[in-house]
Design a protein around this ligand. Structure first.
Ligand code: ZN
Ligand code: ZN
Length: 372
């Protein structure tokens, strides 16, 4: 029953604009390419035509099944209420997640979109409508790689179609190309080129992570660890514990462990990264600024009531917007010209986070003076 519920909730991930648009775009490019190629290089007209179609469809099937696997398998979540075996000894090295009511194992991060602690979390991907993490990271990288090859083949075939159409001017018309087909061609070719460019950049970043055995979040943590030591050379050096050399890193990336325990370098300990995270968290806590809400905000993305500037300069991220009520106290951690990001503590011990217009709050000290 549990498995049935799990697979049903995993399939629910498709009921979102991300997977819907991904599948529509992917199908559109594939079918359009097949249609145009059939006009001048029919599948059953020659051996070359057949092999070309077979290669294109094989790439499509592999990449699409990797995409489906990435969505359905998901990243892998840490069990709720998880705690280490040696709790008394190890709890000092681990962060606690109030929402999942458990400790965060090494390489685990809580995703506010998935609302769960994610094993070896890389990032939350809106196109998958779930996180990329321990379970689906390999299929995600293979999906990107094969999709680039399929998009290159698609754009070459579409370009060849255009060249044939241009070459037939003044000659016998072989391919009829009315306006509707021209628009179809432009859209498919534009999308294929966009996919090649964006996915190539993504693949480059992901391959760097695979070779270093790190994730997007860990790369960020390591960057902060290095800059901390540049500012304060008295700190002990930080060695990223999971970098076991390129060959072992690739093996680790594709191997199946439990997603909780990871091999580390000889000179490092199991909790080196989590200890660094705890230290960075303490510094972050000291930066946050408490502010008092002076105007209500309903959590809309384009709150016209606060003026055009606020609506035109919204933070372009899929992070949540936080509704505010007068009198709330917000711990602000990020500042933009017209928006702020922060959290408020709820009575059940959890935190609500999100963006809100800057003019809704003022610093606590100012508001308390006014109150007097
Ligand atoms: Zn959690
Ligand atoms: Zn997520």
């Amino acid at each position: 029953m549990n498995n049935l519920q799990l697979s049903r909730s995993n399939l629910n991930r498709f009921a979102h604009w991300g997977p819907f648009l991904s599948i529509v775009i992917y199908k559109f490019i594939t079918l359009t390419t097949l249609y145009f190629t059939e006009l001048w290089w029919p599948c059953f007209g020659s051996l070359g035509g057949f092999l070309n179609n077979a290669l294109f469809l094989t790439l499509f099937v592999i990449s699409f099944s990797c995409y489906l696997k990435s969505v359905i398998a998901g990243p892998g979540f840490l069990p709720l209420k998880w705690k280490p075996i040696n709790l008394e000894e190890d709890e000092q090295y681990l962060q606690f997640c109030r929402i999942c009511d458990g400790y965060k194992a090494p390489r685990v991060h809580h995703c506010h979109k998935c609302n769960r602690c994610v094993l070896k979390m890389d990032h939350h991907c809106p196109w998958l409508n779930t996180c990329v993490g321990y379970s689906n990271h390999p299929s995600f990288v293979i999906f990107i790689f094969i999709s680039i090859i399929a998009s290159i083949q698609s754009s070459i075939l579409l370009l060849k179609t255009l060249l044939l159409v241009l070459a037939q001017y003044g000659h016998r018309v072989l391919i009829y190309f009315p306006l509707k087909l021209t628009l179809l061609w432009i859209t498919a070719f534009g999308l294929a080129v966009c996919l090649i460019l964006t996915l190539s950049l993504l693949l480059y970043i992901q391959l760097k992570y695979v070779l270093k055995n790190c994730t997007n979040i860990e790369d960020w943590i390591v960057g902060k660890a290095i800059s901390r030591r540049e500012q304060d050379p008295s700190l002990p050096p930080f060695i990223y514990p999971y970098n076991l050399g390129p060959i072992n890193n690739i093996k680790t990336f594709f191997s199946k462990g439990d997603g909780i325990h990871w091999p580390v370098r000889e000179e490092c300990g199991e909790y080196d990264l989590t200890i660094e995270q705890l230290e960075q968290k303490l510094i972050k806590e000291s930066w946050k600024q408490p502010m008092k809400v002076i105007k209500n905000y309903n959590g809309r993305w384009f709150p016209l009531v606060f003026g055009l500037c606020v609506c035109c300069q919204i933070p372009w991220t899929d992070e949540t917007r936080m509704p505010l009520n007068i009198g709330d106290v917000i711990q602000v951690t990020r500042f933009r010209k017209y928006w702020m990001y922060g959290h408020k503590n709820l009575s059940n011990g959890t935190r609500l986070r999100g963006w809100f217009p800057k003019q809704c709050v003022e610093t606590l000290s100012t508001s308390s003076k006014k109150d007097k």
